[in-house]
Design a protein around this ligand. Structure first.
Ligand code: C2E
Ligand code: MG
Ligand code: MG
Length: 774
């Protein structure tokens, strides 16, 4: 039975985890003082016996006991120093084992010698009791390493038992048997104690491992909790805080406030006020909202700043035990983004004005009111004059600033019931709700015109623009938004045509004109392909010698149904639709080809519209027309009006330079009708100035025409330009023009616009005439 337990102990011992073994070894060395006391006590007893009986052997053993005892003390001290090192456990166990066994063997020998060498019962008694006491101490002290303990027991108690058994005295023999029984008992106690120790150590180890795992998980949970973007707290049934994270306090602006587990949520309020984190009113408001939300098992939004700038989303989940988990999330950015999207859906981002969507909403309400109350309102469709050239020349950022300033000025003009919207680009629309009469609408339009016509100052730069306005009245002009906008657009078209900076009300004729324009536009697309255009030429005559100096190419459209359509009608339509570019190319090609057949001293003048300057291939096309026809560039003039210059931009200037580089000369047509800016005359190297026919026509009839013609002529002469009087119909006009200093004349008096064949014939005729004159 005991043997079996010993075998089991051996097996279990071999499989003990290292740290348990280390703990057991540590327990061997632990009571250092007892080692010292044991060594001293045993050596004193030995010495006493040796001296009493005068035995050298016993004295030697006593000295050895003291020596081994001291060595064990030293080894125990050394172990204490190095015990952190688990790998040396086995070595230290061996050290202890040899020390313990050596010490036990010496005590066994002391016992043997004392019992066998002396018959002094008192000496025998102190040695046997010391030995028995030591043996008993072994079971208590070294039970953790049972084989060391058993070895010690055997080495110290067996010699005593044998010595007593062989002693020739019955009492001694009986004592010897008792010692054997004692040994057996000690072995049993050692093994039992060892089992208890191992069990206790294993339990402790498991608990330590569990505690470590729990701690690790708690740390991880803590890290996760405190790194959450959401604020979290767990409340018990009575709304007392159980768990919370830093973000929870941060979101409520209560960081650094001493909160304990069990703090009631309402106490946070008091803490917050005490710490001066927020003013009491705000905090009370906030916690009222919080408390209300805490009682509901749902998601809610609360505003935690008085101005509502920060928004928290709060969601509360009730738990089965009556407690709750509350999650707070800062949704300020999300809410701002949503508000911004909602704002963008209704307002123009650049100017902050209402956008098209809101216009439709508002006009819908106004139209509904019109139906119910028989009121009326006006739509002002505003287009900024020259805005495009500001954008092109000064750049989009300046254009944007200008639009903002325009929006601001418009805002100052309208009433509270009016709505200003921006449709995009430079197009603004005002819904004038408090305008029951046309006079009110006209009055507002005039003010808009005047206000926008005032110079703008953008980054220290003066900018002059204007506003053309088309007005439609509701319900007279329409009962739905699209119809009213269409009518306002027609009125705007008419306003632009009657000169910039004007306003026009919609009139029924405009609709008819718009339809006609639309029909014309469709026909115009056909005209070029189906050869309905012809070029006519009108001579420009030198007023001093009556010789033809040039012929101006004038486009004619022979419409199959409408007959001849005047350029004043179709050229604007062609410009609006962009058809002027291919038509213009056709004109240049044919004009050059025709002029190539004329006498060498006669040039050809071709009219170019502003639209053609937006086409980058203009110069290329002119060069190719010259090359194809063989006409020298010096025999080609292009006529541009001030409209081209108004849209002055980098490209226009560059193209004019390119044309001049080709050798083509540039004339300023219809001078006196537009802005007649003297600045243009200085800025651009014009070759000719053509005085508009409206002045020539009045020569001899209106007394103010003559000084104007004279002034322009002298200006031209002064600037070294050729001055041409257009529209000369009578000899008197011709004489007056010549007298005022004009160099050339053009008009029916000299010759009307003629077809290519006719001009050739006419030129031949004038050549003969000239020869005769000569
Ligand atoms: P413009 O360039 O000033 O052309 C002169 C206009 O005056 C021509 O009108 C001509 O027929 C007219 N005219 C000439 N002499 C007299 C006269 O003694 N009395 C009167 N009452 N009128 C006279 P037209 O041909 O109707 O052209 C009108 C305008 O159309 C031109 O004015 C020009 O700006 C434009 N245009 C004509 N052809 C073209 C073209 O090929 N391209 C472009 N872009 N514009 C053109
Ligand atoms: Mg012309
Ligand atoms: Mg002209």
């Amino acid at each position: 039975m005991l043997l079996r337990r010993l075998i089991d102990t051996r097996r279990i011992d071999a499989g003990l985890p290292l740290e348990i073994r280390a703990a057991l070894v540590e327990s061997l060395f632990a009571p250092v003082s007892s080692l010292l006391v044991g060594a001293l006590a045993c050596s004193i007893i030995g010495a006493t016996v040796a001296l009493s009986i005068g035995d050298r052997w016993i004295m030697g053993i006593s000295a050895a006991i003291l020596f081994v005892g001291l060595v064990r003390v030293v080894s125990a001290l050394l172990y204490k120093k190095s015990r952190a090192d688990c790998s040396a456990t086995k070595l230290w166990e061996r050290v202890y084992e040899y020390g313990a066994w050596g010490f036990s063997a010496l005590i066994g020998m002391l016992c043997w010698l004392t019992i066998s060498e002396t018959a002094d019962a008192s000496l025998q008694m102190i040695v046997t009791t010391t030995s028995a006491g030591y043996a008993a101490a072994i079971a208590g002290r070294n039970a953790g390493r049972p084989f060391i303990a058993l070895g010690q027991l055997a080495l110290c108690a067996l010699p005593m038992a044998v010595a007593l058994l062989i002693y020739p005295n019955l009492v001694h023999k009986a004592l010897g048997i008792v010692v054997l029984m004692f040994i057996y008992g000690m072995v049993d106690i050692t093994l039992c104690s060892r089992d208890v120790i191992i069990q206790a150590l294993t339990m402790t180890r498991k608990e330590a491992a569990l505690a470590a795992r729990f701690e690790e998980q708690a740390t991880r949970f803590d890290v996760a909790l405190n790194n959450m973007s959401h604020g979290l707290c767990m409340l018990d049934q009575k709304d007392r805080l159980q768990v919370w994270n830093g973000r929870f306090l941060e979101l409520l602006n209560l960081e650094g406030i001493p909160i304990k587990v069990g703090t009631h949520i309402s106490r946070l309020l008091r803490y917050g006020i005490k710490a001066g984190k927020r003013d009491a009113r705000t905090l009370k408001m906030l916690f009222r909202e919080l408390a209300r939300s805490f009682r509901q098992d749902k998601r809610d939004q609360i505003h935690i700043s008085p101005d509502g700038k920060r928004t928290l989303a709060l969601s509360r989940r009730l738990m089965s035990d009556g407690g709750a988990v509350v999650i707070l999330e800062d949704v300020t950015d999300r809410r701002n983004a949503q508000e911004r999207i909602a704002h963008l859906a209704k307002y123009d981002d650049l100017t902050g004005l209402a956008n098209r969507a809101q216009f439709h909403e508002r006009i819908g309400c106004l139209l509904a009111e019109v139906d119910n109350k028989e009121s009326q309102f006006a739509i002002h469709l505003i287009d900024l004059d020259r805005f495009k050239s500001v954008n092109d020349t000064l750049g989009h950022p300046t254009g944007d600033k200008l639009l903002r300033q325009v929006a601001h000025r418009l805002g100052n003009l309208v009433g509270p019931s009016d709505t200003i919207t921006r449709f995009g680009g430079d197009e603004f629309v005002i819904l004038q709700a408090g305008a029951p009469r046309t006079e009110d609408a006209s009055w507002l339009a005039q003010r808009i015109g005047a206000e926008i016509g005032e110079p703008f100052d953008i980054d220290g730069q003066r900018i002059d623009i204007g506003a053309s306005i088309g007005i439609a009245m509701a319900p007279a002009d329409g009962r739905n938004a699209d119809e009213l906008l269409k009518k306002a657009d027609m009125a705007l078209y008419s306003a632009k045509n009657s000169g910039r900076g004007k306003h026009c009300f919609f009139a029924v004729e405009m609709e008819a004109a718009a339809h006609a324009r639309r029909a014309l536009e469709l026909d115009l697309r056909e005209a070029l392909a189906s050869g309905q255009f012809q070029l006519y030429f009108q001579p420009l005559v030198d007023l001093n010698n009556n010789r033809v100096a040039a012929c101006e190419a004038l486009l004619r459209w022979f419409h199959p149904r409408l007959g001849e359509v005047p350029p004043s009608i179709f050229i604007p339509v062609a410009e609006e639709t962009g058809l002027i570019v291919p038509i213009g190319e056709w004109v240049i090609t044919h004009a050059c080809a025709e002029a190539a057949a004329w006498p060498n001293n006669i040039t050809v003048a071709v009219n170019l519209s502003p639209m053609q300057f937006k086409d980058n291939s203009l110069t290329l096309h002119v060069a190719s027309a010259l090359a194809k026809s063989g006409l020298p560039a010096s025999r080609l003039e292009v006529e541009i009006t001030e409209r081209v210059l108004l849209e002055e931009c980098e490209t226009t200037l560059r193209m004019m330079g390119e044309l001049q580089e080709l050798g083509v000369s540039i004339s300023l047509d219809d001078f006196g009708t537009g802005y007649s800016s003297l600045n243009y005359l200085r800025k651009f190297p014009f070759y000719k100035i053509k005085i508009d026919q409206s002045f020539t026509r009045d020569l001899g009839q209106h007394h103010d025409a003559r000084p104007i013609v004279e002034a322009i002529a002298s200006l031209g002469v002064g600037l070294d330009k050729i001055v041409v009087a257009e529209g000369i119909e009578t000899e008197q006009q011709m004489r007056l023009a010549r007298a005022q200093g004009c160099h050339q004349g053009q008009g029916h008096f000299f010759g009307p616009p003629m077809s290519g064949a006719a001009i050739r014939e006419w030129l031949a005729g004038t050549a003969v005439k000239n020869q005769l004159v000569a």
